[in-house]
Ligand binder design. Structure first.
Ligand code: SF4
Ligand code: SF4
Length: 237
């Protein structure tokens, strides 16, 4: 099977499992290694970026006072679905004779910097699923930031997708709505900025920790910057 057909079939397989978006990144362009050695990553020329869309009705229920219990539950269910899709995609690649590694959808390895083994957002940007918004969220043209992501690294020969242009423009709604004043509202079109340049992750984490300490929620979720983005509200579609 040629790489074009291989890519088409793999994407269709992921969509059948519940993926809302699927893209392929050239992993040699990924620099932000945290959880893996460069030697390990070199075994995987490609990264498959998979997104599952969140429920609009649940996102619309989030307020400045806090998220909702159902959003906390939804967050966990979507992460579980992403991990399951990733596992099945791994086995699909392995059946085709390739090696493949699933990166957990939500697993923090560096508690101070709140980093996982690999940045799903950076992979998704390379795979053309969207752009890095001023909120530091991945913004998709169709669903805005109302998605969650998982990544599968693989040696299966695939056709890579191209990054898309940043379309935040003059908007700063996420910076205005953030109760922690964590989002700086910085424009960085045409380049990928350092995270510290666009968001005060400690300020965000203080709010998330406060929410997690509330027994109603028990999890570090907020969601206001997800709710407010016009690209997720259908206004700019
Ligand atoms: S998750 Fe909440 S606190 Fe963190 S940046 Fe978004 S709106 Fe601000
Ligand atoms: S709310 Fe506006 S500035 Fe923030 S990520 Fe969405 S489009 Fe970009």
């Amino acid at each position: 099977m040629n790489a074009y057909e291989e890519t088409r079939k793999l994407k269709a397989f992921a969509v059948k499992l519940g993926a809302s978006l699927v893209g392929v990144a050239d992993l040699s362009l990924y620099n932000d290694v945290y959880g893996f050695s460069r030697t390990l990553l070199e075994k995987f020329p490609f990264a498959i970026s998979i997104a599952v869309r969140l429920s609009d009705s649940i996102i619309e229920g989030i307020t400045e006072d806090g998220p909702t219990e159902i959003y906390v539950h939804h967050y966990k269910v979507v992460n579980a679905l992403l991990d399951e899709i990733a596992l099945r995609v791994v086995n699909y690649c392995q059946k085709r004779g390739a090696i493949a590694l699933p990166i957990p959808a939500s697993q923090i390895l560096d508690q101070n910097r709140l980093l996982g083994a690999i940045s799903h957002k950076a992979i998704a940007v390379l795979a053309g699923l969207g752009w890095l918004g001023k909120s530091s969220l991945l913004i998709n043209e169709k669903y805005g930031p109302r998605i969650r992501l998982v990544s599968v690294l693989t040696s299966l020969p695939l056709i890579v997708d191209k990054p898309v242009e940043n379309k935040c423009g003059d908007c700063t709604l996420c910076a205005m709505v953030c109760p922690a004043k964590a989002i700086k509202g910085v424009s960085f079109e045409g380049r990928i900025p350092m995270r510290e340049e666009i968001i005060d992750i400690e300020a965000c984490d203080r709010r998330l920790s406060k929410i997690a300490s509330n027994p109603r929620y028990g999890s570090k979720v907020c969601g206001l910057c997800i709710k407010i983005c016009p690209w997720g509200r259908g206004k700019l579609r």
